[in-house]
Ligand binder design. Sequence first.
Ligand SMILES: Nc1nc2c(ncn2[C@@H]2O[C@H](COP(=O)(O)OP(=O)(O)OP(=O)(O)O)[C@@H](O)[C@H]2O)c(=O)[nH]1
Ligand SMILES: [Mg+2]
Length: 306
Amino acid sequence: MSSFFSRLSKGLSRSRTQLSQLVPGASKAEALDVDWQDVEDGLILADCGAELAMEMVARAKKDRRAPLQALKQAMCDMLVDATPVNWPAAAPFVLLVVGVNGTGKTTTIGKLATMFRQDGKKVLIGAADTFRAAAVEQLALWAERAGADLVRQHEGADPAAVAFDTVQRGVARGYDVVIIDTAGRVQTDRGLMDELAKAHRVVAKSLDGAPHEVWQVVDGGTGQNAVAQVEKFREVCGTSGLIVTKLDGTAKGGIVLQLSHRFSLPVRYVGVGERLEDMLPFDAEAFVRGLLPQEKEPALPLTHKI
Ligand SMILES: Nc1nc2c(ncn2[C@@H]2O[C@H](COP(=O)(O)OP(=O)(O)OP(=O)(O)O)[C@@H](O)[C@H]2O)c(=O)[nH]1
Ligand SMILES: [Mg+2]
């Protein structure tokens, strides 16, 4: 299996190609005559957001290092430091997964469950997306593959009730991790957002401190609408971390910086493909490195002997 960085770097290649074209000065680490206006435009086109692009360029300009180094530092500085996950003293850890339709929630849960299982944890998944029978079947398949257990009810059941049952069972049967899948919903749909708020409330009542984390899954190719998505979900159900998927299909990887900076939210994972191993824990430095034109390999010192 390829290394972490090569998988990330491959997944970000579209964004990088775009930035390399639009940030010509920065493609030469040693170039001193970089056109910072071009750099700023490139960052905006990569969905970093105008305000943030300006701020990063202003910082980079003041830095006395080579432009590419300076830009990399400015970009890293904008990403919120990953605080440790809010793991409770007593199990289970309860995670609510939310987001707009089709962003990759269920797939992400499958991947997370697999990771937790590989770590020796007992995992219970709640199918609180009760709209479509197919959604439960998709989740059941992932649960089986991961070796996790599933709580499900009939199609059309109250999602809050499923979430409640899942947490209760998680507590009663000594699970380490409880993950709740929710139906995708557009942030402007009042009724569905109210329903999500209710599920969140019920989970909070079912166990002290729960949900310990609310991870919002965002499609990296969504564009500026992602900002409105995070704003609304954070208000309704307290998004505490982000997972940005489908970065392999877009040149707009800068959205990760914009969302993290604007909402002071840590990015927990990024998705760079559909396979199990294509969801990677987020590392700010590696992410920014993957987004920018690659630096030249350092030349071997003259004294180097093979
Ligand atoms: N290329 C790519 N595809 C992804 C990634 N993550 C998820 N997908 C695909 O996106 C599609 C939708 O994924 P789901 O997990 O069903 O999304 P969801 O958010 O649960 O969808 P709803 O429940 O309908 O809201 C699937 O075909 C996934 O394989 C990724 O990082 N890259
Ligand atoms: Mg789903």
